[in-house]
Structure formats: structure tokens, C-alpha cells
Ligand binder design. Structure first.
Ligand code: TRP
Length: 333
């Protein structure tokens, strides 16, 4: 049996080049080996406040981006979370098998409560249970996530194990899967931090939706270190090393190759070359996103197809769950 992979991406911002190499590129690669289910998790995004039109258009943008980044809607089920209401139903049921104490210990809940003290809503608290429902609905074996989401996959495992210990083998127990990126992408303005799409300074990150000019400008303005040598030394020369890492990721070269290529050439030659390498990766993606977004009814049709495919699996799992807990499932409409 082919193993099932599930992952989700929130439409809470436009992904960065770091998100592309850290997540989307491996999502694409996994399609060859696994039965993949990928979701734009718009319900999770409601835990923060967004302009409704922005959220809606970003959800569509992100869906188009997944396809443009090489996720094949014929191979994988690609859908928008809110199109499959089974996620909400399973969340409620799982809520009753999740403890207040364990949700209180989630580090992301604590972080986000500090970041938005004016809006510590119940959804923010319950976020991990919705995520557990996402994962468990599809009998997922593996869940590719960044290090920051590992704790959420672990609580999904705990909830599933608790449920199974009462009702028998209802859920598959999922494993977190931390993709190897082969390089971290750091902020262009402060290489002691991760490249972050919600950085207040747009010059700090390369957004997948940036124009070729913006990419070039941001690369040229990236902080570099004293000296003029293009040398990979993350401790002594964090700024240049980050750019070397980015160039290596974009071209598939090793950091040593990059050092050799720019030996004796200096930052003035190297920085625009980084901009060009990034644009060479982003050009076809930007072009395909535009194609998908330009035909709204075609995009709707793809979304509907993905949702139907996901729903068929989700409903099967949910039927098992309703039956197990004692809901009057035999007359369910
Ligand atoms: N919480 C994840 C993030 O912010 C997104 C997500 C929601 C997810 N549901 C998921 C990831 C299920 C993996 C599996 O990155």
C-alpha cells in the first residue's frame, strides 16, 4: 500500500523563497512516492483577522501557486479546507477527547497569544485540534512540516492514540516528517533570523509574488559583511553565506561550487547573480500562477474536483468515528 501524506499551508501571507524550498518543493517531490493530500487551510487563517477579500484572493492565489509549483491535481488531492466541512465536524468530536491542559501547553498558542493579546480567541486555542482533524481524516501516515509544527503533529498522535485506546483502531497514527532542505534561508537584512513572510521590513524576504525587479533590488540591498570575498562562513560572514546558500538552492550547486564560481569577483558581481538565479526559479512559477488565476472558472473547477476527492475519503473516516462514539449515524443525512 502506498503511504498517505497530508500537509497544509495557511493563506495568512504570501510564501517566501524559504517556504518554497522548505515546503513546496518537497511537496512536489513526494508525489512520486506517496499518495498525497494537500490543503490550503483557510479555516486556520481565521484565527487571525484579515480583510475578507484579501483572505479570499490569497486562498485562490495559494491554490494556483501549489499547482504552479508542480503539484499535480491529477496525482494528488489538492483542496481548500473550508470546502470540506468534515474538518469542522471531526474537530468538534476530537475536542471532546482533547484536554484543556495539553492545549494550554502548546508553544505556538503561547507565542500567538503574546503576538495578538487583543484577540486570544477560542480558535487560536483550538488550532491544534483542527490540525489533528486535517491529518486524521485522511488516514495520513506522514505529515511533512517545519520544526515549528512538530508539536502539533505530536498532539495529533496523542489524540489519535487516546481515541483508539477507547474505540479500537479508528485512526492511523501519523508521523511528523521534517524535510531536509539542504540549507536554511535567512532574512536578507538580519541573517541571525529566519526569512519570515510577516517581517515588517519587506526588504528582509523574497516573496514568491515579488516582481523580477523587486527580487533584484532586494538581493542587491541584502546585508553583506565586511571584506569583499564571496566565502561561505555562516559564523564570520552570515550575510554573504545566506546569499551563497540561496544561490546554491536556486542553481542546485554546492556552496563550494559557488565560492569557486565567484572567486575574486566581489559582492558587486555576486549579488545581481543571486537575483538572477532567484528569478530563474520564480519566472516559470509566476507565469503559471498568472495562467491559473486568469481563468477563474477553470480554477473553480479544479478546486471543486479536489474538494470532492478529499471529501470522499474524509466522509469515510468520519462515518467510522460517528459510529464509534455513539452518534445516531444510521440516519445521517
Ligand atoms: N499549522 C500549519 C502551519 O502553520 C498548517 C497546517 C494546518 C498543517 N493543518 C495542517 C500542516 C495539517 C500539516 C498538516 O504551517
Amino acid at each position: 500500500m502506498t503511504k498517505r501524506v497530508f500537509s497544509g499551508i495557511q493563506p495568512s501571507g504570501i510564501p517566501t523563497l524559504g517556504n518554497y524550498f522548505g515546503a513546496l518543493r518537497s511537496w512536489k517531490a513526494m508525489q512520486d512516492e506517496y499518495d498525497c493530500v494537500y490543503s490550503v487551510v483557510d479555516l486556520h487563517a481565521l484565527t487571525q483577522r484579515f480583510d475578507p477579500d484579501v483572505l479570499r484572493s490569497r486562498t485562490r492565489y495559494l491554490y494556483a501557486l501549489l499547482l504552479a509549483a508542480g503539484i499535480d491535481a491529477k496525482k494528488s488531492a489538492v483542496f481548500v479546507q473550508s470546502h470540506v466541512p468534515q474538518h469542522c465536524e471531526l474537530t468538534w468530536i476530537l475536542n471532546c477527547y482533547t484536554m484543556f491542559g495539553e492545549l494550554s501547553r502548546m508553544t505556538q498558542f503561547k507565542d500567538k497569544s503574546q503576538k495578538q493579546p487583543e484577540n486570544i480567541n477560542a480558535g487560536l486555542f483550538d488550532y491544534p485540534v483542527l490540525m489533528a482533524a486535517d491529518i486524521l481524516l485522511y488516514d495520513s501516515d506522514a505529515v511533512p512540516v517545519g520544526q515549528d509544527q512538530k508539536q502539533h503533529v505530536e498532539i495529533a498522535r496523542d489524540i489519535a492514540e487516546r481515541f483508539n485506546s477507547v474505540y479500537g483502531g479508528i485512526f492511523i497514527i501519523p508521523q511528523p516528517m521534517i524535510p531536509k532542505i539542504g540549507g536554511k534561508v535567512l532574512s536578507l537584512l538580519d541573517p541571525s533570523r529566519k526569512m519570515d513572510k510577516s517581517d515588517p521590513l519587506p526588504g528582509a524576504y523574497l516573496s514568491l509574488a515579488d516582481s523580477p525587479d523587486e527580487i533584484m533590488k532586494k538581493c542587491k540591498r541584502a546585508v553583506t559583511d565586511s571584506g569583499a570575498e564571496v566565502r561561505f562562513d555562516p559564523v564570520g560572514k552570515p550575510g554573504v553565506s545566506n546569499l551563497i546558500g540561496i544561490y546554491a538552492l536556486c542553481t542546485g550547486k554546492t556552496t563550494q561550487d559557488v565560492e569557486k564560481e565567484f572567486e575574486g569577483k566581489g559582492y558587486g558581481v555576486f549579488k545581481p547573480a543571486v537575483g538572477e538565479a532567484v528569478n530563474a526559479v520564480l519566472d516559470p512559477i509566476r507565469r503559471d500562477v498568472d495562467v491559473y488565476l486568469s481563468d477563474g472558472s477553470q480554477l473553480d473547477a479544479l478546486m471543486r474536483e479536489g474538494a470532492l476527492r478529499a471529501k470522499a475519503v474524509a466522509e469515510k473516516t468520519l462515518t467510522r468515528v460517528r459510529r464509534a462514539v455513539g452518534l445516531a449515524e444510521s440516519a445521517h443525512v
